[in-house]
Design a protein. Structure first.
Length: 129
């Protein structure tokens, strides 16, 4: 019993300390994106895309990260360099979301609220005869 407690504590410490120290030391942010609907319910299996932005006009640089949200609607990302990023969220049955965000702390949560799609109108609709 004592050995199990010690091993469990050691594993938890190893899991938490390296990423925490790495994020602080290298000027990085651990970003967690939380995706929910307009009623506050989590949206699972939503695609979350994060692209790094740089320069005066904040142009896209480098690779983008893409992952899916869990059943709880969360998407924890690996530590990212501080600065501006573009976050896009795509989920079936919801409007696509996109926004710029500045990463400026060690731990940062970002809540995305997805809306239902709106009715679309076209000028090319057929006239009923």
């Amino acid at each position: 019993m004592k050995v199990i407690c010690v091993v469990t504590l050691a594993l938890i410490t190893l899991a938490l300390l390296p990423s925490n120290g790495y994020a602080k030391k290298k000027g990085r942010t651990r970003l967690r994106v939380i995706v929910q609907d307009t009623e506050g319910a989590p949206v699972s299996r939503a695609s979350v895309v994060v692209k790094t932005l740089k320069g005066k006009k904040l142009r896209k640089v480098g690779r983008s990260l893409e992952l899916r949200t869990s059943q709880k609607g969360t998407a924890p990302l690996p530590p990212l360099k501080r600065g501006h990023v573009l976050i896009q969220v795509i989920a079936k049955g919801y409007q696509t979301f996109g926004e710029r965000l500045e990463l400026n702390s060690v731990d940062q949560d970002y809540i995305v609220t997805l809306a239902l799609p709106q009715e679309q109108h076209s000028v090319h609709e057929r006239k009923k005869e």
